[in-house]
Design a protein. Structure first.
Length: 281
């Protein structure tokens, strides 16, 4: 966009007037900073306010009626300004393509606002310090002005009702692996032990705690069947592309013999969706 000659003249006149009055470049910068401080500290009169002190304006409506809960994952795009920020140089929280779990978002005011939003919605928020970083070390101090777009809501898988033990109608192999088809597949080719597969999966311990899930990364995962636990190598070969299956994997086919720190022991339950086999869906 080109500036009109009259606007350029006004800008030049302002700068020369400031210099003539002895106002330094630092003072001019401070004036701009104060303008940003006023924007951050003072929500507009038409902003809506909640009991917590959050002020917000809806800039773009969303679609649908689903609001994220504390256990959901969200993808969002954000910009934020502190009182010291420059107008064209906002900060941001995370990466838009990386899902974040709602209850792990540090800013109470941002969590509250997201809980009111639907996918596609854009809001501008004014967060008092107690709803921002609340004085946390190495974080911006004071109030924040935040622009947030809720890109998508990802519901985490629910814990299976039969997570404690395989049901009576589960298919069992000689190794002790048990499984049950949740959704039939559309393919006809079974993976080999040397195949590379593309899957979505979630894993639980028998007390119902989810310890791993590709859902939290927002994308399916590809890996060779030679590089996974024995129960996976055996079980995924029973599947075809498009199939979803639940597996009850005995500890001896999982991590009981592993010396890796932090891996779960005992029987594990996995829901696996096989998307592709060696690149073929």
């Amino acid at each position: 966009m080109t500036l009109s000659m009259s606007r350029i003249s006004l800008i030049v006149l302002f700068v020369f007037s400031a210099v003539a009055l002895g106002i330094s470049h630092a003072a001019l910068a401070q004036s701009a900073s104060q303008s940003m401080a006023a924007q951050v500290e003072n929500p507009p009169a038409d902003a809506q306010k909640t009991a917590s002190g959050l002020a917000y304006k809806i800039e773009t409506p969303g679609s649908g009626t689903v609001h994220p809960t504390d256990t959901d994952m969200v993808k969002m795009a954000t910009s934020f300004w502190t009182k010291e920020s420059q107008e064209g140089k906002p900060g941001s929280f995370g990466v838009p393509t990386k899902p974040l779990q709602m209850n792990r978002i540090l800013l109470p005011g941002l969590r509250e606002a997201l809980g009111m939003m639907t996918a596609g919605q854009k809001m501008r928020l004014w967060l008092p310090e107690k709803l921002a970083f609340a004085g946390a070390a190495d974080k911006p101090k004071g109030p924040l002005m935040v622009e947030v777009v809720l890109l998508s809501i990802i519901a985490l898988p629910t814990t299976p009702a039969d997570v404690a033990a395989p049901p009576a109608d589960a298919l069992k192999t000689k190794s002790g692996l048990a499984s049950k088809v949740l959704k039939p597949g559309t393919g006809t080719v079974h993976p080999k032990s040397s195949s590379t597969v593309l899957v979505h999966y979630s894993g639980w311990t028998t007390d119902g705690k989810m310890f791993d899930s590709s859902v939290t990364s927002g994308a399916p995962i590809s890996f060779p069947l030679t590089g996974v636990i024995k129960g996976w190598t055996e079980g995924v070969q029973l599947m075809v592309a498009g199939e979803s299956r639940r597996f009850w994997i005995p500890g001896k086919l999982a991590y009981d013999d592993s010396e890796r720190a932090g891996v779960p022991k005992g029987m594990l339950v996995f829901d696996i969706e096989l998307i592709a086999v060696d690149g073929n869906r």
